[in-house]
Ligand binder design. Structure first.
Ligand SMILES: Nc1nc2c(c(=O)[nH]1)N[C@H]1C(S)=C(S)[C@@H](COP(=O)(O)OP(=O)(O)OC[C@H]3O[C@@H](n4cnc5c(=O)[nH]c(N)nc54)[C@H](O)[C@@H]3O)O[C@H]1N2
Ligand SMILES: Nc1nc2c(c(=O)[nH]1)N[C@H]1C(S)=C(S)[C@@H](COP(=O)(O)OP(=O)(O)OC[C@H]3O[C@@H](n4cnc5c(=O)[nH]c(N)nc54)[C@H](O)[C@@H]3O)O[C@H]1N2
Ligand code: SF4
Ligand SMILES: [Mo]
Length: 697
């Protein structure tokens, strides 16, 4: 018997945990946390075991499949597949123009080194402005705020959780999600340690989450009212204390304008809207100011809501005016080994063009995914006629999935680069499945930039891919080569080449070989102060205030003036994540799915009593765009007037091939979320705080 232990970073979520994978006679027999990984130190979550399930999944595609006229699928060769795709895309662009081809990039795109390094050239070869991604269903407001304030969308401050004395978590549930825009495996221990050091963890969330359970304090907040809480905290800090910090004094512009902007937002003026008393708001602001070090962190709950852009701006402001930006225990910037920011220059990344139908601005070269369906369905010059999806399942992940279903159905041509025949890829004419997970090499080009510690790690594949399989980078390079009519034969360039070059030119002058020699990863030290040098603005000054934020503040004032809505009649819908889910695509692992049904609607006990709804009863939830029926779960852990449904379910659409997921189909929350409901500042989708009606069936 041969037995080998492989060291590897898990590529499933942002925590990038180090794993020790035992392979005996060609089969994975054990997956454990790697205690020598400098970042995760032995931590792992139950999803790590599913890497084996994905590797062995009989439903996973390994060769291109093409749809026949009768809707059935045939397996074809790779070259035939590339030719077929390129011919169709070129025909469509010749007939309808370049923008007739659209592309959507999904979440796992960012977790594959082969894709992150090769997708930019591929997109360029498509010569289209119709570029979409999960970014505008997710962290776009954080990029927007980073760009406007620090000069680059990736200059996102990361909570220094290992040293902070006070962590304010708004709209994030790291104990279920394992952290996001904060690569921090084992947040449970970090939160415990903060409290052991005598520090505090405060969670602000409409649900008493797994994270809230472990916090020092939890406050319920009305969905989408965080902007007012943050404004009021800043009001207290700027008008009732005297902020004086080196970064603020020497490297920041606009504090007087910020003070002006928050003047009218006293705690008393916002308490009804926020659902927290003025006294509580004032106390929270003061304990943040008085902490030895403190950090405010706002994640999905703050981003995919009506005021996502303002919230992420104000979170940064809070950290800056309290002297906690770029300080140990505060919000800090990373110094990664592969540093795409090292050479960055400031440039405009917003509003350079607009979507055809609704006129929404691009950001980071992308249009908001909320406009994707209308760009396909609305006739006229520039209409999208063909789509490419890469590692994305927008039918389940973007607002108004039913509308997008219709849109995808109407396309002339669709290509999916994906490992499954699922809710989205079933619309494709052809699916190209890359080798994935344990079959691929891994270096995290993205999440080392967002981590709570500077580390670097490269993992070679655990298993060789089969003869008939292709890597993601091979697929992307082949298509790029053909689409750009490049002379000569295609010459493969494995990602290690670019990676090695990038590492050598980086601050630590590492190499792929050095990383191979240290399979558990290399510790490059704690985060360290890097301002003002790291700012991308040439004058090395932080822009605390920007006209676009002040303008959007008027929209917030409008909401505040209106009387609070009738919470008794309608409900505000929010999402939730569970440790055993990963967006929409890991429901085909029996190990992760067995047990209690997770696709339920959470409802407060008092609300349920007044509607005479009992636990586990099937109820109907409806919004402007549609309705779903699912069982209710009654709890004290959600505030009155709010209901919660997890996203990523709804595996009951016809024509998919996911044997396990179909058994646990559930319903899609995004058949309720509304593509017309957006954060007007950034174009980000509103997926939390959606108004819904509840009916008994
Ligand atoms: N209501 C609501 N909606 C949400 C959210 C929410 O909180 N609430 N969250 C949003 C967020 S944060 C995100 S990031 C999006 C995610 O939205 P998407 O990225 O659109 O969806 P995923 O479910 O991550 O789907 C990933 C796809 O990639 C495929 N895949 C997996 N591994 C690979 C691989 O190695 N290569 C390739 N080519 N394909 C692969 C899977 O089969 C699947 O089709 O959902 C968003 N939608
Ligand atoms: N197990 C698991 N892990 C994951 C994922 C997964 O699907 N499953 N997805 C990955 C991805 S793509 C991402 S982006 C991250 C996301 O990581 P997180 O942002 O940590 O995850 P969420 O669970 O969406 O946390 C959002 C929180 O905001 C709260 N919330 C909703 N509306 C509001 C509001 O208006 N105000 C406030 N203050 N709070 C609100 C919700 O109750 C929820 O607790 O997780 C990643 N990790
Ligand atoms: S927390 Fe994320 S990275 Fe760590 S083992 Fe779980 S899925 Fe993998
Ligand atoms: Mo995400």
């Amino acid at each position: 018997m041969t037995s080998l232990i492989h060291h590897r970073a898990c590529n499933l979520c942002e925590a990038i945990c180090g794993l020790e994978i035992t392979v005996e006679n060609g089969t994975v027999t054990r997956i454990e946390g790697d205690k020598n990984d400098p970042l995760s130190k032995g931590y792992l979550c139950p999803k790590a075991y599913a890497l084996k399930d994905i590797y062995e999944d009989p439903n996973r595609l390994k060769q291109p499949i093409r749809k026949r006229d009768d809707g059935s699928w045939e397996t074809i060769g790779w070259d035939e597949a590339y030719d077929y795709i390129v011919q169709n895309l070129q025909n469509i662009q010749a007939k309808w123009g370049q923008n007739a081809v659209g592309i959507y990039l999904g979440n796992p795109s960012v977790h594959n080194v082969g894709t992150t390094l090769n997708v930019p050239a591929f997109i360029k070869s498509l010569k289209t402005k119709n570029i979409f991604s999960a970014t505008s269903l997710d962290q776009l407001p954080s990029h927007f705020a980073a760009w406007a304030m620090f000069g680059h969308p990736l200059l996102i401050p990361i909570p220094d959780v290992s040293r902070t004395d006070f962590m304010l978590i708004m709209g994030g549930n790291p104990l279920a999600s394992n952290g996001s825009l904060m690569t921090a495996p084992d947040m449970g221990s970090h939160l415990k340690n903060i409290q052991k050091r005598g520090g505090k963890v405060v969670v602000v969330d409409p649900r008493r989450t797994e994270t809230a359970e472990k916090a020092t304090e939890h406050h319920f907040i009305r969905p989408a009212s965080d902007v007012f809480l943050l404004l009021a905290m800043l009001n207290v800090i700027l008008w009732e204390t005297i902020p004086q910090h080196p970064i603020l004094k020497n490297h920041t512009e606009g504090v007087e304008f910020l003070a002006q902007a928050v003047t009218e937002f006293t705690p008393e003026s916002v308490e009804n809207q926020v659902g927290m008393s003025a006294q509580t708001i004032r106390a929270l602001a003061m304990s943040f100011v008085n902490a030895k070090s403190a950090v405010a962190y706002g994640r999905m709950g703050l981003s995919v809501q009506k005021f996502g852009g303002l919230c992420q701006w104000l979170i940064n402001c809070l950290n800056i005016v309290t002297g906690n930006l770029d300080r140990v225990g505060g919000a800090m910037f990373t110094s990664p080994a592969l540093d795409i920011l090292a050479q960055a220059k400031f440039r405009t990344v917003h509003g350079r063009w607009h979507s055809r139908v609704r006129g929404l601005p691009e950001t980071l070269g992308e249009l908001p995914t909320s406009v994707l369906a209308e760009e396909i369905l609305t006739e006229g010059e520039g209409q999208i006629k063909a789509m490419i999806t890469n590692a994305g399942n927008p039918i389940l992940s973007s607002p108004n999935g039913q509308q997008l279903d219709k849109a995808f159905e109407s396309l002339e041509f669709m290509v999916a680069i994906d490992i499954y025949l699922n809710e989205t890829t079933r619309h494709a004419n052809i699916i190209l499945p890359p080798a994935t997970g344990l079959e691929t090499a891994h270096y995290d080009t993205t999440f080392h930039i967002l981590a709570i510690k500077n580390t670097a790690k490269y993992s070679p594949p655990v298993f060789q891919k089969q003869e008939n399989q292709r890597y993601d980078w091979e697929i992307l390079q082949n298509l790029t080569h053909r689409l750009s009519n490049t002379e000569g034969a295609y010459a493969p360039e494995p990602p290690e080449k670019k990676l090695d070059l990038g590492l050598r030119f980086g601050a630590y002058q590492l190499s792929v070989q050095q990383l191979l020699d240290n399979p558990s990863g290399i510790d490059l030290g704690d985060l360290k102060p890097v301002l003002p040098q790291r700012l991308v603005f040439e004058d090395k000054k932080i822009r605390l205030v920007h006209d676009v934020f002040l303008k959007d503040l008027e929209r917030a004032k409008g909401v505040l003036k209106n009387t609070p809505p009738q919470y008794q009649k309608d409900f505000q819908l929010i999402g939730r994540r569970h440790l055993r889910d990963n967006n929409s695509w890991m429901h085909n692992s029996e190990k992760l799915m067995k047990g209690k049904n997770r696709c339920t609607v959470l409802m407060n006990k008092t609300d349920a009593e007044s509607l005479q709804i009992i636990d586990k009863q099937q109820i109907k939830v409806s919004s402007r765009v549609g309705s779903v029926e699912l069982p209710v779960e009654i709890t004290d852990d959600i505030m009155q007037g709010v209901v919660s449904i997890p996203h990523g379910y709804g595996h009951n659409r016809k024509g998919i091939k996911l044997d396990v997921a179909e058994k646990y189909a559930g319903v899609s929350i995004n058949d309720l979320t509304d593509e017309m409901d957006i954060d007007e500042l950034t174009g980000n989708a509103v997926l939390n705080g959606v108004w819904v009606k509840i009916e008994k069936i």
